[in-house]
Design a protein around this ligand. Structure first.
Ligand SMILES: Cc1ncc(COP(=O)(O)O)c(C=O)c1O
Length: 438
């Protein structure tokens, strides 16, 4: 019998149901998946990934009259199988390393759907991008202008280039995920004239074709005013330098909800002001509309993923809280340790149970006090052996996972309805495939 799953229904993937008091995703019993694949385990709801991509396109179609594209930021979560599965969707790809670029090329993405980021790209990475004619190399600094010019010349190619502009503004998020402040290591700052100089320098290089400008303000953002201000800065540069801006990429960063307390954050609140600002400026100055290229990671894969753990030991804390330890933690999900990230959780076989009077602290099994997943979860009193599901786990968890304490990285599954799960990445097996044994 299906029952409503409140209040976490909007945080879990869209195809989450509760049947006979146990959580299912896309019809798959989480209980059975955990038994078959062991925990920790990550599962991705295919429909949520697709719906997130679709909803960005739909908002772009509603608000932006020019050409537009959506890129998936591979750093949020990526594997060869995941790449293959999303390559059939209407997305381009933002990669940031040789391995991400190589996987993209080998698993479904044509080179002209890929652009490459990075503040310290190697010659190897630049060569791969330029010899394959990537959609763009997003140039970050003056050294790289020279390097891209050198590589393009030696390959007798013209490299398509976007410049990463840093509009020197603060955004409301954790400082570690702000990328556009005065102190940012990324891009060409506007305030000291570097951005303008970079444009002039690229224009003088015969093997570089400046096709776009890019900025990325930070991640987990809920306020579009900063995007509006950054677009205004970009157009001041365009007007000062007189360049023809064919493509404009305001990066990604739009936030998702990790807990029911976070207010809803509709996509429209991001895309409408971004689109209106570009259209308004272009009309005023009689400029052609650029292709608008959004670059979302967390928004596309975050809500699709759920982390599953088995609860082990349960203690009473000295301050009256219950401390429940799971069989994963900061090795598969360092976000709490890095950013004090907030999460919610549910007991898989008792999702709507009565919430314990005491707060429940979910900690991991690793040797550090910062190894915590949730500071105070609203949960029924956890019991040894129960399964715990943490939603909104699809972005910046497995992609940032480590082997701390020589923990094997978990498996991840892609879930379609009425189909067996597809393995996105296997659980590392210390006996056969781990670097620490060689
Ligand atoms: C350049 C760039 N673009 C896009 C993204 C994706 O951000 P998000 O996952 O918050 O959408 C990032 C993330 O750090 C980034 O650095």
């Amino acid at each position: 019998m299906d029952t409503p799953f409140l209040p976490l229904q909007d945080i879990f993937p869209i195809r989450t149901t509760v049947t006979d008091n146990s959580i299912r995703i896309a019809g798959h019993s989480l209980h059975k998946l955990a038994k078959d694949f062991k925990t920790p385990l990550y599962v991705y709801d295919a429909a949520t990934v697709r719906e997130n991509i679709r909803s960005i396109h739909s908002a772009l179609a509603d608000f932006y009259p020019g050409e537009a594209s959506v890129s998936y930021a591979a750093k949020a979560y990526f594997s060869a199988k995941f790449c293959e599965l999303i390559s059939v969707e209407p997305v381009e790809l933002d990669v940031v390393s040789f391995a991400e670029a190589q996987i993209a090329l080998n698993h479904g993405f044509r080179a002209d759907r890929i652009h490459i980021h990075g503040n310290n790209k190697s010659y190897e990475e630049l060569t791969l991008a330029i010899e394959n004619d990537f959609h763009a190399v997003v140039v970050d600094n003056f050294d790289e202008i020279e390097m891209v010019g050198e590589v393009a010349e030696s390959l007798r190619k013209t490299a398509r280039v976007w410049l990463r502009i840093t509009p020197d503004m603060r955004v409301e998020t954790h400082p570690h995920t702000e990328t556009s402040a005065r102190t940012s290591k990324f891009g060409f700052h506007v305030v000291n004239g570097d951005a303008e100089n970079a444009i002039r320098r690229v224009e003088m290089q015969p093997n570089l074709n400046l096709t776009g400008l890019h900025f990325h303000l930070g991640s987990l953002l809920f306020d579009a005013d900063v995007y509006v201000a950054a677009i205004e800065e970009i157009y001041k540069l365009v007007l000062r330098t007189g360049i023809h801006l064919k493509e404009l990429s305001p990066g990604g960063g739009w936030g998702i909800r990790y807990t029911p307390e976070t207010p809803k954050n509709p996509l429209e609140n991001w895309i409408r002001p971004v689109a209106n600002t570009i259209v308004g400026i272009c009309r005023k100055h009689k400029l052609p509309l650029p292709k608008l290229s959004l670059e979302s990671g967390r928004f596309i894969s975050g809500r699709a993923g759920v982390a599953l753990y088995t609860i082990g030991t349960v203690k009473e804390g000295l301050d009256g809280e219950i401390i429940a330890a799971v069989d994963g933690g900061m090795a598969d999900n360092p976000r709490h340790a890095l950013y004090a990230a907030a999460y919610s959780a549910a007991i898989v076989d008792n999702p709507n149970g009565e919430i314990a009077a005491e707060p429940v602290r979910i900690v991991g099994k690793f040797c550090e006090s910062g190894d915590q997943l949730i500071a105070a979860a609203a949960l029924p009193r956890p019991q040894f052996g129960q399964l715990l599901a943490i939603p909104a786990s699809g972005a910046y968890q497995l992609s940032m996972a480590s082997n701390y304490n020589l923990a094997p990285r978990p498996a991840a599954l892609w879930l379609e309805e009425n189909e067996p799960p597809t393995l996105l990445q296997h659980r590392e097996n210390p006996e056969i495939n781990s670097w620490w044994l060689t």
